[in-house]
Design a protein. Structure first.
Lengths: 691, 480
């Protein structure tokens, strides 16, 4: 016993010695790492950048557009899983699923392209279809794309508390090749009509038009911001104000500066709000607004982690023009030049209008800086849009920013509309068939800078996903230009078709059109038959119908780029939103979702149908067999004499001369034998099933 | 007289077809679910042709489910003009369908003539000479011989040509007329003893619509044993009497060893030619699809589509609503049961009706018409055409009024029920389902009663053939 205890204590002392040595060794080993770690943290601080911006734009119908723009930059996507400001959830997502580009949007409401504009970068890239839209481009071999997409939908579904996992089903996922992603056109540069059978490429697209968007999606989105909604611009996001808006679109865009390069996360929230004064219909009130009236909050400084934090107020070109006209009609130009402040004034061929206080409106407070859009053509007869800048660095809780715009007079102007007004609709009634039409109507009030474009042909790319139960007849695709049917090859330069497979994949139609410059109306129609679904395939509210996701149109010839002359290149880093607006982009338009009602079966009577049908079958089968085997009179007698056959005879011979008990025994043993065979057969079946 | 009637009938039938087509009936009839099924739709064929022109498989897009050979024949006619626009009013494929219908009527005419001469021959052998018989027996014998102004073939051909179902299917733009004429071709070839023709018709129609595969049994019997005739034992009985009476001794009955050998040789030829035609069909299909590796896709998209009932759009059959409603985990079981319903009755029917192969063929066609996964009235058209060939045997049909009215009721009510459900929205799916149940009931009554009538006819023949030539008064056997 004593020996034992001595032995154990000896062991213990040796263990202690070893562990001490281990701790020292570990410490020594870890020091260089710690140092390098500190170093890398310092590096990380430099290579991560976060900025927040808010763009406010008064809209022509009195509403106010608020565009929140949060940009997060991560220089290297290292294996070390620690970031300072960049959200870990996103960096893990990018690393795990090899995402080269991803865009997810949650939208409620409908973007009014006619009144809120389409020919500007904000409207064209943030107007999204109602519901959820997700597309992603992967950096994986093409056979890995579909499994990766499936996993991604589940991950995003958990991250944003939405049913994005429904996009897992291949019956709703498309593989576009003419739109979305960076590798557009690479695989499909061949002109003419081509068609894919299978999903190819590395881009996947899916939309859930019926998804309801609410705070449960906004909260996880805010969680990705370093300051959440506790500081900075995001504090404005008062839930009741956000969800009482006419349109709100929550967007997450993840991109890489180059393949394998820096990860850029852009989070935007686009809100269209109605100033409180205008809410009553028909009121003569001017659309005055302030941050407090829109959001019931004031801006009390910036997010401390943000590199830059700006509130920008955009005055559109037509608005500036109207204000200038108003100012010119109201007073003499000489008086205008006597305005008190020289700062923030734009000088344009002698006409001078104070941006903050003019006959049309009064801005408070005064902007810190004003940017003027540069006109590419150098035409100075046209007004340029203005960007009023408020730097949040100058504001704090003691000096909050409550931006307010007070109109002195109702000014009318029209927003910059896209080259075409796009609508998509169903033709026909009833639940049997119909036609799907996409109509483009020319907007003739094109601004001057597009006159050059208008002189040439207009290019349009249409991307459309149609679920399989709307059975498109693609051979009925008809194009009409100004009411006259034209051959497809005259206007279609490229067409990519992925035909639908029942219950497996949707029909995807990608069409590149080239329209002559004088076209005023162009329409594409195709016939479809409505499919009939199994009762389990109908959604709970089947009679409401099925939503067809929006069609997406791109006008590559209409550029939406905005360049501001007063923006020195040294300041570009300071204004990521202006940088974004300066990026080349074209007009994107989404059509509305379509509701397709399908014929429904009676959901309440599967049992009745089964019994009725089986009764008819039994009736037929039974009466036919009965007719076939019935004999009458003499035939019966003949049959009886002939029947029995050898088996019956041998059995009766076998039974002859046996006693009653023996006969009974034979019968019982026969029954037992049959039961035994049945049981054995059953076991054998189960055994095979287990195998 | 008969000839004039036939020509008038043909003229009327052709005029009606073209007048309807010129009135734009194709647009209206071509979307009626009773006429067009997913398998026979011309619009789906045009879609397949469009994909084919794009260099894709014609089966892409789950649109076309027919044969690539039919697509090669009809496809070019569906794309008139540029941009795949079909001419709206007058389909050039209508000509093909009218020709198919006329050919079908011609085949029925020829078959009817053959069957009629066979009937005359066998009944002459079997029945007592009416001149010597008592008046009561005389009328019975005359009844069974039949005495119409029109020949059997003319009746059958006219029934087929001017049947509204045939007209609707032809004008509506479906591929059923082509399928039907191939079935008739197979039966005609078998009846005539022309092995290559029978083999072609059988292989081709099976390739197009699968169900004519069951016609192998009646075609085989036709090849080996010749056209419909009374049961063999009756001849045995008559022969016994005749051999016992040396005065009545005649030359040998049909079915001597030499003819039997000849017939078996024909049957062997039929099997050989069937194999050849199948090889040719598969080879040509592979060529049309661009490679043998596409044959599997073809089988899945044609036979697989028919067997697996993927399309649940309404039609006059029993399948669509049942498989819309049935629980998913029972689906496979019920699909097997429904298809087995066709196969289960084949053996009993063959055993009982083996001496009447043409009638057997009619019953089988009628059963497939009823139990098809995508039936249309085009199938009813051919089964009614074949029914025309069996009119002498079916003279005693009992529920003809009921069955005729059943067809009328379905023809009138099923479009209205469909309208209520699909277009007005005031009815629901059960309305139309009720119509398909009624149609199934009417057809099953027609099938069961015609089988029963033929069995009764044979029984009657048996009784009459056993009557003594010179009859004592009241020696008539009792009938149960």
């Amino acid at each position: 016993m004593a020996n034992n205890s001595f032995l154990t204590s000896g062991l213990r002392s040796r263990q202690v010695g070893a562990s001490r040595a281990f701790v020292w060794g570990w410490f020594l080993c870890i020091v260089p790492f710690l140092i390098s770690g500190c170093h890398s943290v310092a590096d990380k601080g430099r290579e991560e950048a976060f900025s927040e911006d808010l763009l406010i734009r008064p809209l022509s119908d009195g509403k106010v557009l608020n565009h929140f723009y949060f940009k997060n930059y991560l220089h290297t996507l290292g294996s070390a899983a620690h970031n300072h400001v960049f959200p870990k959830a996103i960096s893990q997502l990018v690393r795990k699923f090899h995402i080269s580009e991803l865009e997810l949007s949650f939208t409620q409401g409908r973007w009014n392209y006619e009144r809120w504009g389409a020919l500007d970068p904000v409207g064209s890239s943030n107007a999204k279809p109602s519901g959820v839209e997700l597309w992603a481009e992967f950096d994986v071999p093409s056979d890995q794309v579909d499994p990766t997409w499936r996993n991604l939908t589940h991950a995003l579904s958990g991250l944003f508390c939405a049913s994005i996992n429904f996009l897992e089903s291949p019956a709703v996922v498309a593989a576009p090749s003419l739109v979305f992603g960076s590798r557009i056109n690479k695989g499909a540069s061949k002109e003419g009509h081509t068609a894919n059978v299978r999903k190819s490429g590395v881009v996947r697209y899916g939309a859930l038009p019926r998804e309801a968007v609410c705070t449960e999606n906004l909260t996880p989105w805010l969680k990705l911001l370093p300051c959440r909604d506790k500081a900075g611009i995001a504090t404005l996001l008062d839930r009741p104000s956000v969800y009482k808006g006419y349109y709100h679109s929550l967007r997450v865009h993840v991109g890489r500066s180059q393949p394998g390069g820096a990860v850029i996360l852009e989070q935007t929230l686009t809100l269209v709000l109605q100033p409180a004064q205008l809410r009553e219909r028909g009121s003569k009130e001017l659309p005055n607004w302030s941050l407090t009236s829109l959001f019931a909050r004031k801006l009390e400084g910036r997010c401390p982690l943000a590199k830059s934090s700006h509130v920008l107020l955009e005055l559109e070109r037509p608005l500036v023009l109207s204000v200038e006209r108003l100012a010119a009609s109201k007073s003499e130009p000489a008086e205008l030049s006597d305005e008190k402040s020289q700062q923030g004034r734009r000088n344009d061929k002698g006409r001078q209008v104070d941006v903050a206080d003019n006959p049309a409106f009064h801005m408070s407070p005064y902007p810190d800086r004003v940017f003027v859009e540069s006109q590419g053509s150098g035409d100075i007869s046209q007004a340029s849009s203005l960007m009023l800048d408020y730097d949040l660095q100058n504001h704090s809780s003691a000096r909050p920013l409550n931006l307010a715009m007070l109109w002195k007079e109702r000014v009318y102007w029209s927003s910059l509309r896209g080259p075409f007004r796009v609508s998509r609709f169903l033709i026909g009634s009833g639940n049997e068939k119909g036609s799907l039409a996409i109509e483009l109507k020319r907007n003739f009030d094109l601004p001057v800078q597009d006159e050059v474009v208008a002189a040439n042909d207009v290019e349009v790319t249409i991307f459309q996903v149609v679920a399989w139960y709307v059975r498109l007849y693609l051979h009925t695709l008809t194009a009409r230009v100004d009411g006259n049917q034209v051959p497809l090859q005259n206007i279609i330069t490229q067409m990519l078709v992925t035909p639908a497979e029942d219950r497996l994949s949707p029909a995807v139609l990608e069409v590149k059109l080239k329209l002559p410059r004088n076209v005023s109306i162009m329409s594409l129609t195709m016939d479809f038959d409505k499919g009939f679904l199994h009762i389990d395939e109908h959604p709970p509210d089947a009679n409401r119908g099925f939503d067809l996701p929006s069609a997406y149109l791109n006008f590559p010839t209409s550029q939406t780029r905005r360049r501001y002359v007063d923006l020195p290149s040294s300041l570009e880093q300071e204004y990521p939103l202006l940088q974004k607006l300066n990026e080349a982009g074209s007009v994107h338009v989404y059509t509305d979702n379509l509701l397709v009602p399908l014929a429904t079966p009676d959901f309440s009577m599967p049992y009745n149908v089964i019994t009725f049908t089986c009764t008819v079958l039994a009736l037929y089968f039974g009466s036919l067999l009965n007719t076939l085997r019935r004999r009458i009179g003499e035939e019966e007698r003949l049959a009886k004499r002939a029947s029995g056959g050898k088996l019956k005879e041998s059995i009766s011979r076998f039974m002859e001369g046996k006693s009653a008990t023996q006969k009974k025994l034979i019968k019982v043993s026969g029954v037992i034998l049959i039961a035994g065979i049945a049981v054995a057969f059953n076991y054998a079946l189960e055994y095979y099933q287990v195998l | 007289m008969g000839k004039l009637m036939v020509w008038v009938g043909v003229a009327v039938a052709v005029t009606v077809r073209f007048v309807f087509a010129a009135m734009g009936a194709q647009e209206r009839l071509g979307r009626r679910v009773e006429i067009v099924t997913p398998v026979t739709s011309l619009k789906r064929l045009a879609e397949g042709q469009w994909f084919k022109q794009l260099g894709l498989s014609p089966y892409a897009g789950s649109a076309y489910h027919g044969s690539p050979l039919l697509l090669a024949l009809l496809g070019p006619m569906t794309t008139v003009g540029t941009g795949g626009q079909t001419s709206s009013r007058f389909h050039s494929s209508l000509i093909v369908f009218v020709i198919a219908d006329l050919l079908g009527a011609l085949l029925l005419l020829k078959m009817g003539n053959l069957v009629e001469s066979a009937n005359v021959y066998y009944l002459g052998k079997l029945l007592p000479d009416s001149k010597k018989s008592k008046p009561s027996v005389k009328t019975q014998v005359n009844d069974i011989r039949g005495h119409g102004k029109l020949g059997l073939g003319e009746v059958a051909a006219l029934l087929y040509l001017v049947n509204p179902f045939t007209v609707a299917v032809c004008v509506g733009g479906t591929t059923s007329p082509v399928e039907n004429v191939l079935v008739l071709l197979a039966l005609y070839g078998a009846l005539k003893g022309n092995s290559p023709l029978a083999a072609f018709g059988w292989a081709m129609s099976t390739h197009l619509s699968m169900y004519p595969a069951v016609l192998l049994i009646p075609i085989s019997i036709l090849m080996v044993a010749g056209p419909d005739k009374p049961q063999r034992k009756l001849f045995d009985h008559v022969n016994k009497i005749k051999t016992s009476n040396p005065k009545l001794k005649e030359k040998k009955m049909v079915g001597t060893t030499s003819t039997v050998q000849l017939q078996w040789a024909r049957y062997r030829d039929f099997l050989l030619f069937s194999a050849l035609w199948w090889i040719a069909i598969l080879g040509l299909s592979a060529a049309a699809l661009g490679g043998y590796e596409h044959l599997k896709e073809m089988l899945i998209e044609t036979y697989g589509f028919i067997l697996h009932v993927e399309d649940l759009s309404p039609n006059l059959g029993l399948f669509w609503y049942f498989f819309t409603e049935v629980f998913t985990h029972f689906r496979d079981f019920f699909i097997m049961v429904f298809h087995a319903n066709i196969l289960f009755v084949l053996v009993p029917l063959t055993i009982r009706l083996h001496h009447r192969p043409l009638f057997l063929a009619y019953v089988m066609v009628a059963i497939t018409t009823m139990l098809k996964s995508y039936p249309s009235i085009g199938d009813a058209a051919i089964s009614l055409g074949l029914l025309g060939l069996c009119t002498p045997e079916l003279a005693d049909f009992r529920f003809s009024f009921f069955v005729l009215n059943g067809y009328l009721v379905v023809a009138i009510l099923s479009p209205s029920m469909y309208n209520l459900w699909i277009w007005r929205g005031t009815g629901n799916a059960n309305f139309y389902f009720a119509m398909s149940l009624v149609y199934a009931c009417v057809q099953s009554i027609l099938i069961v009663e015609s089988v029963g009538t033929v069995i009764r006819y044979d029984r009657n023949l048996d009784r009459l053939s056993k009557l003594p030539v010179q009859v004592d008064s009241g020696a008539q056997p009792k009938e149960d």
